[in-house]
Design a protein around this ligand. Structure first.
Ligand SMILES: Nc1nc2c(ncn2[C@@H]2O[C@H](COP(=O)(O)OP(=O)(O)OP(=O)(O)O)[C@@H](O)[C@H]2O)c(=O)[nH]1
Ligand SMILES: [Mg+2]
Length: 302
């Protein structure tokens, strides 16, 4: 299993040394240290808006004072991530429905499978719905994963109506008294309106069949996209209101700082994070571990 410290190696390699310098400075907290901190955060793809907000708060409260920088800076980063979401598989009303959305290649299909695996680990019966009917491989890929989980799968033929597949999947889960329907959708560009309309249609068919909104709609964001991911997410939110985000490929990214924007600018919690390719590498998002892994631990600094 990949650890948070290992997964965030690339981002830390980019910014860890600069954080250490800021933390180590023993004089008072002055403009130079604030500027170095600002540069460091921007390099990790934290948005300009957030960097400005944080640095103004630090300037106002601590400039000219001798303070424990590690403590106040990590505290500031940590607070901005909010409380961790402790996701548990709901027990009613069943079946629980989860819609996974996002642009091409972010990790939706593998995340769907990993979530099904987690559901099984928690003693639940998941069903995977393969609504990616754009490509023949879309359904096949999920079938292979379903065998590994193992769990049931409902898939459409290539070219089939994605909304109809979602409908059939919920019908199957209802008929077989299964606990959760995890709906994988095709990757789509957030700028292509017909594709976004199709996503809205998939969502409506969940509402029609289950009698309520999807219980969760999570956007799957590739961490290496950095700030671009926020722009995408806003467009998806318009087509299928988001209740959370999954950040994948943190292990391959040097831009992990954009995670702060998901919470602060998009206003949805990060529920899970992908730290590697293994089944068990999709882990509940842990804000404490994330911040510690980002800035580098005490041990590493010494
Ligand atoms: N290293 C790493 N690789 C990941 C992670 N999550 C997904 N991947 C890889 O990313 C690639 C794309 O994953 P998919 O799940 O097929 O992505 P998708 O969003 O379903 O793609 P489309 O359906 O084409 O839009 C695969 O090779 C996955 O193994 C992660 O957290 N870490
Ligand atoms: Mg896919």
């Amino acid at each position: 299993m990949v650890t948070w410290i290992n997964a965030l190696t690339k981002t830390r390699q980019r910014i860890g040394a600069a954080f250490s310098r800021v933390f180590r400075q023993s004089e008072t907290f002055d403009e130079d240290s604030l500027e170095e901190l600002e540069d460091t955060l921007l390099q990790a793809d934290v948005s300009m808006r957030l960097v400005t907000e944080w640095s103004e708060a630090l300037r106002k409260n601590y400039r000219g004072l001798q303070v424990d920088r590690r403590e106040i800076i990590t505290g500031l980063l940590r607070r901005s991530l909010g409380d961790p979401v402790e996701f548990t598989w709901p027990t009613e009303p069943l079946p629980f429905t989860l819609l996974l959305v996002g642009v091409n290649g972010t990790g939706k299909t593998t995340t769907a499978a990993k979530l099904a695996w987690r559901a099984r680990q928690a003693g639940r019966t998941p069903l995977l719905a393969a609504t990616d009917t754009f490509r023949a491989a879309g359904a096949d890929q999920l079938r292979v994963w379903a065998e590994r989980v193992p769990c049931e799968v409902v898939a459409g033929q290539q070219g089939a109506d994605a909304a109809a597949v979602a409908f059939d999947a919920i019908a199957a889960a209802q008929a077989r008294s299964l606990d959760a329907v995890i709906i994988d959708t095709a990757g789509r560009m957030h700028t292509k309106q017909p594709l976004m309309n199709e996503l809205a249609k998939v969502r409506r068919s969940v509402v029609t069949k289950s009698g309520r909104d999807p219980d969760e709609t999570w956007i799957v964001l590739d961490a290496s996209m950095g700030q671009n991911a926020i722009t995408q997410a806003k467009q998806f939110h318009a087509a299928a209101p988001l209740t959370g985000a999954v950040v994948t490929k943190l292990d391959g990214s040097a831009k992990a700082g954009f995670v702060f924007s998901i919470v602060k600018e998009l206003g949805v919690p990060v529920v899970f994070a992908g730290l590697g390719e293994g089944m068990e590498d999709l882990q509940p998002f842990d804000p404490d571990a994330f911040v510690q892994a980002l800035v580098g631990g005490d041990a590493e600094e010494r």
